[in-house]
Design a protein around this ligand. Structure first.
Ligand SMILES: [Fe+2]
Ligand SMILES: [Fe+2]
Length: 283
């Protein structure tokens, strides 16, 4: 079994690729092709053209949550891909806000209506529960928050039925791929906490071993103590490959690099991770 993960959008980029605050990961899982997120603007489409990624081959698109840095490129992707199934949480279309940008009333949620996207061929499956999108490939569904040290980002808000309130980020979805060497966990922004997410995905999949964690961990505003607690838990779980990026932030990334040595890789735009799960080949 092979797993190939190509990073189309990330805050930083390899030589010749476009960088953009956001995330987009194209995955080839033994021939089943999943796009998780689309970045904010042009970078996913531009970088895909350099990486020979053909959006028409996508089997399923997964949106990790509604924030624009993960969904803003979706219309452009759909124009190239044609009709696609899209898995997301029902809150993905809610208006969202941040008090950090100096524009607290500026919507940082998905910049399209459901109808606009459906006209472009989107076929939405919105679920609060985990979905097995292909054999051994699971979305997390809503993630329970259980660790004492993982807290929601206090700078984020959403438009609930009662007005603008702190965002519980219930739409935060991650993916797990069940392989012969354990799970490969794919995080979007991990707003509900990377350890909460991993623990939940272990339950959803019935697989305790975690081979790799890829994507955003939202430790960018976390205290040193929380970062250390997260690293401690990753060590306890004994994760072999840690390819974190995006909202992990520079400080947490540096601390992870220090803690994990060559088990850590900063996964930026243009990176291609390739796992031969039968051979255990290094990425
Ligand atoms: Fe993000
Ligand atoms: Fe986010």
């Amino acid at each position: 079994m092979y797993v190939k993960i190509t990073t189309l959008t990330e805050n930083t980029a390899g030589f010749g690729f476009l960088a953009e605050w956001g995330l987009s990961l194209f995955m080839d899982l033994n021939g089943f092709k999943v796009l998780m997120d689309t970045g904010m603007g042009n970078s996913a489409v531009y970088n895909a053209s350099l990486l020979d990624v053909d959006f028409s081959e996508i089997d399923t698109i997964v949106l990790s949550h509604g924030h624009i840095d993960h969904t803003g490129g979706l219309a452009q992707v759909l124009k190239l891909s044609g009709p696609k199934r899209i898995i997301a949480h029902p809150d993905v279309f809610a208006a969202k806000y941040s008090d950090r940008r100096g524009r607290p009333d500026h919507n940082i949620g998905i910049p399209f209506s459901r109808e606009e996207l459906e006209k472009l061929g989107a076929s939405f499956e919105l679920s609060r529960e985990p979905v097995e999108i292909a054999p051994g490939v699971f979305t997390s569904g809503e993630v329970p928050m259980k660790t004492a040290y993982e807290k929601l980002d206090e700078g984020l808000f959403w438009q609930s039925d009662h007005g603008v309130e702190p965002d519980p980020m219930r739409d935060d979805l991650s993916l797990a791929l069940r392989t012969s060497q354990g799970l490969i966990v794919i995080l979007g922004c991990a707003h509900r906490g990377p350890v909460n997410i991993i623990r939940h995905l272990q339950q959803v999949t019935g697989e305790a071993r975690v081979y790799a964690v890829v994507g955003g961990t939202h430790l960018v505003h976390a205290s040193d103590q929380r970062i250390q607690d997260t690293i401690g838990e990753f060590k306890k779980i004994n994760i072999s490959k840690i390819a974190c990026c995006h909202c992990t932030g520079m400080r947490a990334s540096a601390m992870m690099a220090e803690a994990f040595g060559d088990r850590f890789l900063y996964n930026n735009a243009g990176s291609r991770l390739s796992f031969d799960m039968d051979q255990g080949v290094e990425p």
